[in-house]
Each structure stands twice: as structure tokens, then as C-alpha cells.
Design a binder for this molecule. Structure first.
Ligand SMILES: Nc1ncnc2c1ncn2[C@@H]1O[C@H](COP(=O)(O)OP(=O)(O)OP(=O)(O)O)[C@@H](O)[C@H]1O
Length: 376
């Protein structure tokens, strides 16, 4: 296999003291690799070592057939752009000046910018949406704006590979999506290779070809998003104790209110999730049903309900589950019905609603229960 960028048997750390050993990966041109892992796991350390900002304790980094860290600085900068927004120092410069420094590998430190350089700078500033702030002092812009200016600077460098440390951490939702779209466009149009660290797992899952999981001692997993996001893995990697993360739905939930349920929530078709979370905020233990395992409500119910009555996906609800749901309603004082009307394939939930009515339960809609004293 013809790889464009390879890390072989890398040992990284500080003051010659290994932090993570045997880091290895190989990327084809145009692939996106993302490093994920808990705070302090070693993601930045690996990125700094790959780019030569921190001396490698052992191992080799290849770009093509050449050893990256043995290349002269200018050649390396033409091949690789580095964006470390966390630690940034700059003298008095406008945002445009900062973007323009991306052209140094081509013009030299004191070289004059030519028309072509200026055209690239303008085009890239437009693409990353920083033209409006180009004349502002770089030290007096927001963290998110700074991240975008630094991205523009890196793109101006016209590198073959770009290395970014937490490039999205300060970006709002619009700019996070724009950032990923820019990376995908650069990958498609220029065959750009990307190595970055991300804390947003849902973004990592969407954009990455490969993911490297670091846990503070070693590389725990390396593979495609499909290979990485298996059930229970993220909770393990991040040692999640307060709450839960569902790898299938990417739902993150706080700690469930445990205890004997006093409220039964009739949900389904995604109608119940908000109510589950509202009940969690009020520390009310609840039961939920009957929810198909492929329903949008299911991951949240599994994480937050003290008891879930579930049905197999695309299968009719069996009598046993219906009976258990009724028994659960018998034990509750209150029923919250999040369904405004029941679908024709949902007769079981309509039956539960009628059952609760016949049993004289207090029945509220998803809106109305909030005006009660439940959870107080
Ligand atoms: N300059 C340094 N000298 C010595 N140790 C350091 C230095 N910088 C970081 N470390 C240590 O190296 C370990 C890994 O840090 P690193 O910054 O690589 O983690 P990270 O995965 O990028 O974390 P985060 O998600 O919090 O940014 C930590 O234990 C940290 O304390």
C-alpha cells in the first residue's frame, strides 16, 4: 500500500520521559485522521511530536519516502501547516497580516507578497469568513474568530497536510459545520490530508476516515469510525461515571433518578425525550413505554428511565410486554402521555392510555404535567 504519511514506533513525552509509546498510523493522501481521548491523554503531545515542536523520544515520521523531521524548515512548511490555537503569541498584527504569514514559506520572512499571494489570501479569507475582521487587531478578537484566522493562515500555506489541535473548540455550531465543510472541500479538491484532535465525538465520527484513541498511557484503538464507536467503548475510554454516552445515537445523558417509578410516560416517535430529561432535572424516577428499540426515544429512555418497556424493532408488541406495562401503570400515581394521537401501528400505546384512564390515574400531556407539583 502506498501511504502518504506514516508514523512508525513513535515514543512521545517530555524531558526524555516517555508518555505514550509505540504510536503508529498510516494515511493515504486525502485522508482525515482524528485523535480522541480524555483531557490530558496525550493528544497535543502526539501532535507536537509529529510536527517537530516537541522532540521525538523514538520513532520516525515519514511524508512520502522522506523523513519529515529531517527536512529543511521551508520545505516542511510547504508540505505541512500546523494550527495550534491554544498557545498563540503575536505582536501587533491585523488579522490579515496573520493570514498573510501563511505565505512565508513561499515569499521568505521578509519577502514581498506578490499579486498571486494576495489573491490567495483574499480568497481564503472569504472562504473561512474572516474578511469582515481582516483589519482588526489579532489580539483583540474572540477565541472563535482567532481559530478561523489561524485556519485561514494554514490554508494560505497551501500545504499537502494540515495538523490542527482542537480546531473546533471555540467555534459556534455554524462555524463548526463550516469548518468541517471546508476540510471536506479541501480534501476533495486539493487532496489535503488532515490530522487533528477533537473533543466533539459526533464531529469526529462524521468527518474522520480514521480515528486514533489515546487514553493517557497508550493508543487504545485505531480504526474507522465504525470500528471505534462500538457499544460501551466511549464510556470506557473516557471513564464516564456521571451519566452516559450512547455510541449509536450519540446521545449524552445525565445520571438517571433511581428509585421506584411513580410516573409512567407513554412515549414513542421521539415524543418523550424532552419529558424524560425534564423529569431527570426534577429527580423524578419514572417508567417509560412502550418504546420500539429503533425509536428516537429509546436511547434516552434506556439512559434515564428507572424502567423501560421496550418492543423489538419492526415487530408487534407481545402480550407479556403489554401486561408488564399495565402492571407498571398500576404502581404509578401519574401518567404522562406524550403522544398527541396514536398511529395505526401503535394500538398498544393507545390501549395503555385507555387502561390508565379506566384505572382513574391522573393523566397529563407533556406540557400540562409541568404545571403540577410532580418532582417538588
Ligand atoms: N510542557 C510539558 N511538560 C511536561 N508535561 C506536559 C507538558 N505539556 C503537557 N504535559 C503533560 O502531558 C500529558 C498529556 O498532555 P496533552 O496536552 O498532550 O493532553 P491532551 O490529550 O491534549 O489533553 P486536553 O484534551 O486536555 O487538551 C498531561 O499529563 C500533561 O500534564
Amino acid at each position: 500500500m502506498n501511504y502518504f504519511f506514516r508514523a512508525e514506533k513513535m515514543t512521545v513525552g517530555y524531558h526524555n520521559k516517555p508518555l505514550i509509546e509505540n504510536v503508529e498510523f498510516a494515511l493515504k493522501k486525502g485522508e482525515i485522521l482524528t485523535l480522541i481521548g480524555p483531557n490530558g491523554a496525550g493528544k497535543s503531545t502526539i501532535l507536537k511530536s509529529l510536527t517537530g515542536q516537541l522532540e521525538l523520544i523514538a520513532g520516525t515520521v515519514y511524508i512520502g519516502e522522506g523523513e519529515l523531521l529531517k527536512m529543511p524548515g521551508n520545505l516542511r512548511s510547504q508540505k505541512m501547516a500546523v494550527v495550534f490555537t491554544k498557545r498563540l503569541h503575536s505582536e501587533l498584527m491585523t488579522c490579515e497580516d496573520v493570514v498573510a504569514t501563511g505565505r512565508y514559506p513561499y515569499t521568505g520572512r521578509f519577502g514581498l507578497l506578490g499579486d498571486e499571494d494576495r489573491r490567495i489570501i483574499r480568497q481564503v479569507m472569504d472562504m473561512v469568513n474572516v474578511t469582515a475582521i481582516k483589519d482588526q487587531d489579532f489580539t483583540r478578537i474572540s477565541d472563535g474568530q482567532r481559530q478561523r484566522v489561524m485556519l485561514a493562515r494554514a490554508i494560505c500555506q497551501e500545504p499537502e497536510i494540515i495538523v490542527l489541535d482542537e480546531p473546533t473548540s471555540y467555534l459556534d455550531v455554524r462555524y463548526k459545520l463550516e469548518f468541517l465543510s471546508i476540510l471536506q472541500r479541501m480534501k476533495r479538491e486539493k487532496n489535503l490530508t488532515v490530522i487533528m484532535s477533537l473533543h466533539e465525538l459526533e464531529l469526529a465520527e462524521r468527518v474522520s476516515d480514521k480515528i486514533l484513541c489515546i487514553n493517557g498511557r497508550y493508543v487504545d484503538r485505531y480504526g474507522t469510525p465504525r470500528e471505534i464507536f462500538t457499544r460501551g467503548y466511549i464510556s470506557d475510554l473516557f471513564s464516564i461515571e456521571s451519566g452516559s454516552y450512547d455510541e449509536e445515537s450519540e446521545d449524552m445523558e445525565l445520571v438517571r433518578a433511581d428509585g421506584e417509578p411513580k410516573v409512567f410516560v407513554i412515549a414513542g416517535a421521539g415524543s418523550g425525550r424532552r419529558t424524560f430529561r425534564e423529569l431527570q432535572r426534577k429527580s423524578v424516577p419514572f417508567a417509560a413505554g412502550i418504546i420500539s428499540r429503533n425509536d428516537l426515544d429509546y436511547p434516552a429512555a434506556k439512559a434515564l428511565a428507572a424502567k423501560v418497556l421496550a418492543a423489538e424493532s419492526f415487530e408487534p408488541v407481545d402480550d407479556e410486554t403489554l401486561q408488564s406495562a399495565k402492571e407498571q401503570i398500576d404502581r404509578c400515581d401519574t401518567v404522562i402521555c406524550c403522544r398527541e394521537h396514536f398511529g395505526t401501528q401503535e394500538a398498544y400505546n393507545e390501549e395503555l392510555w385507555k387502561y390508565a384512564q379506566a384505572a382513574g390515574k391522573q393523566i397529563y400531556t407533556a406540557e400540562a404535567w409541568k404545571n403540577t407539583r410532580i418532582g417538588e
